[in-house]
Design a protein around this ligand. Structure first.
Ligand code: PMT
Length: 406
């Protein structure tokens, strides 16, 4: 559930800080990356060393540390996360959040963030019930801050009542619910194809192409990062499996076709693979021998199934949004527009794959998004940025269609 999610955990200075160490462990067990910020008072309860050992990352605490600001400024820290969690959240830090005070790294990060924030309060029952605390909580709730707990029970100070920090597993459950329900593509299923296909000539030789899988894998990662349940059907590549993605390894176009059809139904299909259009008609069971003085063998080719076209024509199993790629060396936009019509997909991403562009195998791509309404030119970007932008467009498309249906 939390594979690939990046959590920025802010630990403020309360006795329940020791439970945050277990929270880090539980989040990491579920595949989340946890980066931690400690307030100065938190260091009275837990040490940066334990937090760093459990999170397997460095720990941040000083707004005025030149090294920290140079390597990872407070703005970057606040943006490089999918969710901010404050646990434990003392009355003090909640009061500062409500008033917009930024007088240390933790509160500055909370002011600078563009991400959602989940707070796990922890304090004495009287402090929890105090009118000032309750007013601050009402303010924070009205601004969309989420709460996990507090719960009721015996307290470290000897009193009993509401104010105990929720148990780590309860906080984890809140975080999982957050990602399951609020991610833009939560509840959607996506199929992505990536990499080359290999078409066997005999047991040792094959016809292939130069696709590295960088673009397709980045798209699968971006869709999964936005909450889509993602199946990645990929030919052989050196790319690592994206976190939280169901990766299905194939070799030939026929195997890719079978895997894609088997992965239906889906809401989204993105065909970024460089699928061989043809395969050798005969694939020998034994190695073709080179005989002295004989002419080289000629290889008869037959057409492979067209996966993109088949997904577009999948009847009542057709994904609501089918996106193809067009790899062209000439007349990019015209050829890609013709491909959009021929393959009957909804969008096509045109990219120039002339050798001088370095698109095949490179880290960047310059693409054009072609839809029924025309072509949109995107600047040259990292393939991961192309993937993020495409995933955002896909999420926007589903937002619009949901709104239109209401
Ligand atoms: O893998 P990288 O090194 O990162 O490079 C990325 C890329 C250049 C491979 C990628 O951006 C790209 O352009 N992928 C599509 C390559 C391709 O096969 O294009 P095409 O114009 O030949 O095919 C058009 C579309 O039909 C594509 O979506 C393709 O996946 C699909 N197709 C083609 C043939 C076939 N038999 N089945 C298909 O589904």
């Amino acid at each position: 559930m939390l594979h690939g999610k990046r959590i920025l955990l802010i630990i403020s200075g309360g006795i329940a800080a020791y439970k945050s160490l277990d929270l880090i462990r539980r989040l990491r067990e579920r595949g989340a990356a946890v980066r931690c910020v400690l307030t100065e008072s938190a260091t009275q309860f837990v040490t940066p060393l334990s937090v760093s050992a459990l999170s397997e990352d460095r720990v941040y605490g000083d707004l005025f540390s030149l090294t920290d600001e140079a390597e990872m400024g407070h703005i970057q820290l606040s943006r490089d996360a999918d969710l901010l969690v404050v646990a434990p959240a003392t009355t003090n830090i909640m009061a500062k959040m409500a008033q917009g005070i930024g007088d240390d790294l933790a509160t500055t990060v909370l002011l600078a963030t563009d991400k959602d924030v989940l707070v796990a309060p922890s304090m004495n029952v009287r402090m929890w019930e105090h009118a000032a605390t309750q007013a601050n909580i009402a303010t924070l709730r009205s601004r969309g801050i989420r709460f996990a707990g507090p719960t009721e029970g015996a307290m470290a100070c000897g009193e009993f009542g509401e104010g105990r920090m929720a148990e780590p597993l309860e906080i984890v459950a809140e975080i999982e619910t957050y990602f399951a329900t609020s991610a833009p593509l939560a509840g959607r299923r996506a199929i992505v194809t990536s990499g080359p296909t290999l078409e066997a000539i005999d047991p040792v030789r094959y016809v292939a192409n130069r696709s590295s899988g960088k673009q397709g894998h980045a798209i699968a990662a971006a869709l999964a990062g936005m909450g889509a349940e993602t199946v990645l059907v990929t030919g052989p590549t050196n790319e690592a499996a994206p976190a939280g993605v169901d990766v299905q390894q194939i070799e030939s176009a026929q195997e890719m076709y079978d895997a894609c059809m088997g992965a239906l139904p889906a809401d989204i299909a993105v065909c970024a693979a460089a699928v061989a259009d043809w395969r050798p008609a005969l694939q020998g069971d034994s190695k073709i021998k080179k005989a002295q003085g004989t002419a080289p063998p000629s290889i008869e080719m037959v057409e492979n199934p067209d996966i993109l076209r088949a997904l577009s024509a999948a009847g009542n199993q057709r994904p609501a949004l089918v996106v193809g790629f067009a790899a062209e060396t000439d007349n990019l936009i015209d050829n890609a527009t013709a491909k959009l019509a021929r393959k009957e997909c909804d969008w096509i991403i045109a990219n120039d794959v002339s050798p001088e562009t370095g698109t095949f195998g490179g880290d960047t791509n310059t693409v054009h998004l072609i839809t029924a309404t025309g072509a949109e030119d995107w600047p040259e970007m990292q393939k991961s940025d192309v993937a993020d932008r495409l995933a955002e467009r896909i999420a926007g498309h589903f937002d619009q269609t949901t709104e239109a249906a209401q």
